[in-house]
Design a protein around this ligand. Structure first.
Ligand code: B12
Length: 493
């Protein structure tokens, strides 16, 4: 079976980092880890070609070569997925689809021959066995969750690593918490399932041996779901792995209770972690209680963020407006909180109810579901009727985003962060493209950008006060440019 593994294109979103990637001449932020992992589960003798539409095109030659297409994706890639399926269908390929988009919305895709849903570790062997017997079914799904200690290492050699700004690796799946709006537990379960430290080292070795020296994102739902295993096994192994080589910078996603554990933060920094994405959501205690975000309540959230930054981890954060307990004062409160926190990359979205969540069920019962989710959590759309009214919510949101990403607010926040941040231990090597990015940002932002005054102010401040942070400051300036572009094209109309 000649197999195409296809990753649909995502639109221009906050998360795509498309405008920022141009500065470093990269085509995508991250590789399609699901397909790389799936590739390793398919029979070895099947010839495989991975086409990531975010870095390359699907050609007629590809379609003529293949017998079948395995397509993955998230909801945000829906449009490109439909187009891709239509082309594969026309070329007469057998189409197999899986991953979060299809697990949640398979009934929207008529032309797919086989849906292999949920975790491929459990459903793919059943499909392959039936295929061999000539009786493959239309849908394979399971309520069970797999043992990821048996998941094979991704087939890194299927991609050209050079096109990506970062590599990704997955240590665990699942989250011990139960936030009302989050679909992680529906998709990956409540119990935290972990790979072994040996598996992670083998995966890192795999990409390192192919020449990868840039950053690696641990794409866990909550990296600190099992602190004991981290402290006793994984982090010591990572610390050991980094020894004797130019350190690889890591980043990940975690819950805010990371701030309560100085030993864990210290070990993470020692292992090379320099940033962590945290679901902060809101400074409004009532909204946190409403959505059952217990880990964020009864604490000084601002102080927790500072503790993490001081330990040496940049905090990027997710924020939500539009909870039932939110009043129109929430927009100003969010602005103040985010400015004070120094969370430079603050992803703010309207409360959405993804299918499979408890919020979705509640909204349906209350007759408040109005649309289907766009899949982009930061485009100012929602699929629920908010208590404060849709118009007030949308207007307040546009105003909030305009403030947060206006050059004066953005650069002020970056400065707040740089003052607090201890500084990374491992650094992405300054290769030719990164050097050019410095020049490009100087020209695009420092000469032609409307932020030129703030740009040079922060550059000189960093140069004299925190010179080691200069590459980080430039990165933040470039991100700011991307966020502003997205804001003007998507939200400010
Ligand atoms: C890394 C990541 C990203 C990366 C992008 C990844 C990439 N390749 O480009 C970034 C940070 C850019 C990102 C952004 C977003 N993401 Co995201 N992301 C993740 C995360 C944390 C890990 C994905 C991953 O690599 N997993 C590891 C691999 C091994 O797992 P997998 O992809 O699920 O694949 C397995 C199965 O699904 C299956 N499978 C996958 N593909 C296929 C294909 C076939 C044919 C078959 C048979 C099986 C199969 O087999 C694999 C092995 O079990 C997941 C959460 C998660 N735990 O997966 C969310 C997740 C995928 N993201 C999600 C969302 C909503 C988003 C955002 C909208 C914002 C947000 N709220 O996070 C944006 C939109 C992107 C954009 N550009 O606009 C949702 C998707 C839900 C959905 N229905 O689509 C997830 C599930 C998180 C969640 N809370 O719900 N994301």
């Amino acid at each position: 079976m000649k197999t195409l593994l296809i990753y649909p294109e995502y639109p221009d979103t906050f998360w795509s980092f498309k405008h920022a990637l141009k500065f470093v001449r990269k085509r995508a932020a991250l590789p399609p880890l699901g397909l790389l992992t799936l590739g390793a589960m398919l029979p070895e003798e099947w010839p495989k070609k991975l086409v990531d539409l975010n870095v390359t095109k699907l050609t007629e030659k590809d379609l003529a070569w293949a017998d079948c297409a395995f397509i993955s994706g998230m909801s945000v890639q829906r449009i490109s997925a439909h187009e891709t399926i239509a082309r594969c269908k026309e070329a007469g390929l057998t189409i197999v689809a899986g991953g979060p988009l299809f697990t949640e919305e398979h009934d929207q895709f008529e032309d797919v021959d086989h849906f292999v849903l949920n975790e491929a570790e459990l459903t793919l062997p059943l499909f392959l066995a039936d295929l061999e017997k000539g009786c493959a079914q239309h849908i394979y799904e399971t309520p069970e969750f797999c043992d990821i200690r048996k998941t094979p290492s991704p087939l890194w050699e299927l991609i050209n690593l050079k096109h990506y700004a970062s590599m990704s690796i997955q240590f665990s799946r699942g989250c011990p918490f139960n936030c009302e709006f989050c679909n992680v537990t529906a998709l990956f379960g409540h119990r935290v399932r972990m790979k072994t430290a040996e598996q992670i080292i083998a995966e890192l070795d795999g990409m390192y041996n192919l020449g990868w020296r840039g950053q690696v994102f641990f794409v866990d739902d909550n990296f600190i779901g099992d602190k004991g295993y981290l402290k006793d096994h994984l982090l010591p192994a990572l610390i050991q792995w980094q020894k004797g080589r130019r350190e690889i910078p890591f980043n990940t996603e975690a819950s805010v209770n990371l701030a309560d554990d100085p030993e864990l933060m210290e070990m993470m920094v020692k292992a090379g972690f320099d940033a962590v994405f945290i679901g902060i959501e809101t400074p409004n205690e009532e909204s946190l209680a409403e959505c059952n975000k217990k880990q964020n309540t009864n604490r000084n959230l601002l102080e927790s963020v500072k503790l993490i930054q001081r330990a040496g981890l940049q905090v990027t954060g997710g924020f939500i407006v539009g909870f039932d307990s939110d009043t129109p004062s929430i927009f100003q409160r969010q602005i103040e909180f985010i400015q004070k926190s120094g969370i430079v990359t603050a992803m703010v979205g309207l409360l959405n109810a993804p299918p499979g969540t408890r919020l979705y069920k509640r909204m349906r019962e209350e007759g408040r579901l109005i649309d289907f989710t766009s899949g982009d959590n930061a485009d100012g759309t929602t699929n629920i009727l908010p208590r404060m009214g849709l118009d007030i919510l949308r207007e307040g949101y546009a105003n909030l985003m305009q403030h947060l990403y206006a050059p004066d607010y953005y650069y002020k926040r970056a400065m707040t962060f740089l003052r607090e941040y201890k500084g990374p231990k491992a650094r992405t090597p300054l290769d030719f493209q990164r050097l050019l990015a410095i020049v490009r940002s100087g020209i695009r932002l420092g000469i032609f950008g409307k932020e030129r005054f703030q740009y040079w102010k922060i550059m000189f401040w960093t140069l004299f006060r925190r010179p080691a942070m200069l590459p980080l400051t430039i990165t933040l300036a470039i991100y700011g440019y991307h966020f502003r572009k997205i804001f003007t094209s998507k939200i400010a109309q």
